[in-house]
Write a protein that binds this ligand. Structure first.
Ligand code: NDP
Length: 309
């Protein structure tokens, strides 16, 4: 079977190396060198050009080269009826948990205030609070959110989480659904956004939702930019209702140079890299899915296009 690879962000030679180790003799082709389109039975893609995958008449599997599937499930140009699987890898979750922890600690340990004071050559003593006095809310408790929440528990924070369904994670107070939304936000002094972008979650953090956070709350968004009403966030940053933010994802990426978000010294802008698919470990699950596909067995990490994640 031939596997086609397309990504502008990931290294095909690294993926090829690890995939060939997992599947000796794998016919691994890197776009645009696809060869005879009839040979391609699986495609591993991150944001493939529109309509591209329709060129392969024998395509049986689409592998999304990442955890977030919003761009692929919204792509109306994909051939119909072909299963989509995604990367759900503990090493990717660990990389995300590290980013979240770094961001939360930066807010919790007042690094933003110290950076401001340093610019003014001002000695600015703020007595540290202990972690159990600080409440952190994690929106989305899936593969990535659950590991980040557990890591925050390990650091001693008061952690709560919000998902569609109730969760039982050690040390994490679980909220779910519409009824859990307002009480969850009211408790989140630092809010970590790790939801997938779906028709249900788009704009979930609008002006009303932001107003439900405690005054002076801090936001870490590593989910998707369109989960948050950016205009409302900017207004809340200006009013001080939201004191600080760490933003890795934006409504428009790259973030336009005209965005006011660049100007706030209390906002850290990072270019959508909180976590990435790691070939060394994730190649194994891609290989497993290719094996299952060949054997006609049920696939793993299957995306539900209707649910959107
Ligand atoms: P999962 O699909 O494993 O988990 C999604 C979580 O969100 C689940 O807990 C789910 O609830 C919850 N959820 C979904 N819809 C709703 C809703 N309407 N209301 C409440 N909760 C909801 O995703 P991952 O953890 O693997 O990834 C999360 C997101 O992180 C990705 O979709 C992607 O957008 C983003 N991401 C960002 C990266 C970056 O570098 N910035 C890198 C990788 C991913 P339930 O469990 O009840 O189904």
């Amino acid at each position: 079977m031939a596997l086609l690879f397309y990504s502008e962000y990931d290294d095909p030679s690294d993926w090829g190396k690890h995939l060939r180790e997992a599947i000796p003799g794998l016919d691994f082709r890197v776009w645009p060198e696809a060869g005879d389109p009839r040979d391609i039975q699986a495609a591993m893609v991150w944001k493939a050009p529109e309509g591209e995958l329709r060129k392969f008449p024998n395509l049986r599997l689409i592998i999304n080269l990442g955890a977030g599937v919003d761009s692929i499930v919204q792509d109306r140009s994909l051939p119909e009826g072909i299963p989509i699987v995604r990367i759900a890898d503990p090493d990717m979750s660990r990389m995300m948990a590290q980013f979240v922890l770094a961001a939360v600690l930066r807010h919790y340990r007042d690094f933003v205030s110290f950076a401001r004071a340093q610019k003014e050559r001002r000695w600015h003593y703020l007595h540290p609070r202990e972690a159990p006095a600080c409440s952190v809310g994690v929106m989305g408790l899936g593969n990535l959110g659950a590991m980040a929440a557990s890591e925050l528990v390990r650091q001693g924070f008061q952690v709560s989480g919000w998902a569609r369904s109730p969760k039982s994670l050690e040390g994490v107070k679980s909220f779910h659904g519409k009824e859990g939304f307002a009480p969850f936000l009211a408790k989140s002094e630092i809010l970590v956004v790790m939801l997938p972008l779906t028709p249900e979650t788009e704009g979930v953090l609008d002006a009303k939702a932001l107003s439900l956070l405690p005054r002076g709350a801090k936001i870490v968004n590593v989910g998707r930019g369109k989960l948050v009403d950016e205009g409302a966030l900017i207004a809340a940053l200006r009013s001080g209702h939201i004191a600080e933010a760490t933003l890795d994802v934006f409504q428009v990426e790259p973030l336009p140079s005209t965005s006011p978000l660049w100007d706030f010294d209390q906002v850290l802008v990072t270019p959508h890299l909180a976590s990435v698919a790691i070939p060394r470990t994730a190649a194994r699950q891609v290989a497993e899915n290719l094996r299952r596909l060949a054997a006609g067995e049920p696939l793993i990490n299957v995306v539900d296009p209707k649910r959107g994640y």
